[in-house]
Every structure is written in C-alpha cells, then in structure tokens.
Design a protein around this ligand. Structure first.
Ligand SMILES: C[S@@+](CC[C@H](N)C(=O)[O-])C[C@H]1O[C@@H](n2cnc3c(N)ncnc32)[C@H](O)[C@@H]1O
Length: 217
C-alpha cells in the first residue's frame, strides 16, 4: 500500500531553492551578521547525521544538499518540529550546487556519507565522485578545510582514493588511503545497515592545501 507524502511543513520551512542560494550565497541564508562557519552534508538521505551535527555545534551553519524531493521534504518536516535554526536544505544535484552557488574558500567542512556506488561499469559516470566535482569541492573549501567521504563499497573506495589523490589542491589527512573506523562521528542510516552486515567501511579525510591556488571554475 502506498502512503501519500505529506507536504505541509509543521513550523518554519528551512528549505532554500538553488536560485536563492545562487542569488544570495549560502551564508546569507542563515541571516547572521558575522558569517558562521559553513558545514555541508551532501546527499543527507534521512538527515539524522545532519541533525546530530547541528545539535552538537549550534554556532555553525549547516547546509544539507540532497536531490531526492521526498527526502528533502521529510527532513524539512522533521526539522520544523525541532528548535534547530542553524540548518538549511537545498533540493538539487550537488554537482549543480557547487558549480553555481558555493563561493570559493567558503566551506569549513563537507561530509559525503555513503554516496551511491553505482557498481555497474556502465553506470560509473553517474557516481558523484568525479574529477570535475572534486575540483569544485577543493575550490569551495577554505584553507585547511576538510572533506570527509565514507563508503562501504571497496571498488568505489579505490575510485575515491584515486580521484581525490589526483587533485593537487587536496591532501589526504591520513597520508594515504582510508581508515576502517573513525571515533566521535554520528552514525548515518546507511552506515548502521552496513555495520549490522559487518561490511568493511572506508572513511577518507582530505584537507584543502593552503599553498595551492584555488582552481578556477
Ligand atoms: C546511499 S544514500 C546515503 C544517505 C546518507 N548520507 C547516509 O549515509 O545514510 C545516498 C544519498 O545521496 C543522494 N544523492 C545521490 N546523488 C546525489 C547528488 N548528485 N546530489 C545530491 N544528492 C544525491 C541520494 O538521494 C541519497 O539520499
């Protein structure tokens, strides 16, 4: 039996359009006089990770990017029932958001948790992690800003490692490769599923090198 998607927002609607983001910039969406540190969650899914981060760091500005209308709507409904006012949501492909709306050197930290692995070779072009996207990510990060990527998929892990390692403006915080566990981070919905199946997880952390000039758009 299919259930009707509820579209009313029971409180403040924290969604922004890609157009708003493009015209005003992410920081203006938060309405702060002093720009808060901007943290992104790309492909936030059910949004529990984003909510946990925002609760822990109320002084930071959190922007969730997700292309599933249903997931954005559900998260907007959940957020409206909380007291949180440091989260904004945008419904759009992350590639477009970075290309058009994230200023250079403006992001403190970007999380990409369990992006779809698209395991079939003919679908690899659909993967989020591509050289052009990683270049845009590097441009968006402030000096020494971080991008954190997690995957359960070994072949996607090798792909992520190779593409990020080829980006001169980023360096691997662990020297090379990935860790199979990281302390002190909230668990995502997908992560919980893969942990229950005892899959090996791959956690990457890359930092924006301050000595390399931001690549142009
Ligand atoms: C496998 S789920 C992981 C969700 C969540 N991060 C977690 O770990 O539980 C991948 C999510 O990324 C979203 N997504 C995939 N490609 C995207 C893109 N190009 N831009 C924005 N969101 C995307 C999907 O809609 C989905 O919610």
């Amino acid at each position: 039996m299919s259930r009707t998607l509820k579209t009313d927002i029971p409180g403040t609607d924290w969604r922004a359009s890609l157009g708003d983001l493009e015209s005003h910039g992410p920081r203006e969406l938060f309405g702060a006089e002093t720009p808060p540190r901007l943290v992104l969650d790309v492909g936030f899914g059910r949004g529990e990770f984003l909510t946990a981060l925002a609760e822990k760091d109320p002084g930071f500005a959190f922007l969730g990017i997700e292309y599933s209308r249903k997931r954005v709507l559900k998260m907007a409904r959940r957020l409206a029932r909380t007291q949180l006012c440091n989260v904004r949501l945008v419904e759009a492909p992350a590639e477009r958001v970075f290309e058009r709306a994230i200023p250079a050197a403006s992001v403190h930290r970007c999380w990409i948790n369990f992006p779809d692995p698209w395991p079939k070779k003919r679908h690899h072009r659909r993967r989020l992690v591509q050289p052009a996207f990683v270049r845009d990510l590097a441009r968006a990060l402030e000096p020494e800003g971080l991008v954190e990527v997690a995957t359960d998929h070994p072949e996607y892990a090798a792909w992520i490692d190779e593409i990020f390692s080829d980006e001169p403006a980023l360096e691997n915080c662990r020297g090379a490769g990935w860790s199979s566990d990281v302390e002190d981070r909230p668990c995502t919905a997908y992560e919980a599923e893969w942990r229950a199946e005892r899959r090996t997880l791959h956690f990457f952390s890359f930092a924006r090198r301050p000595d390399v000039v931001a690549p142009p758009l």
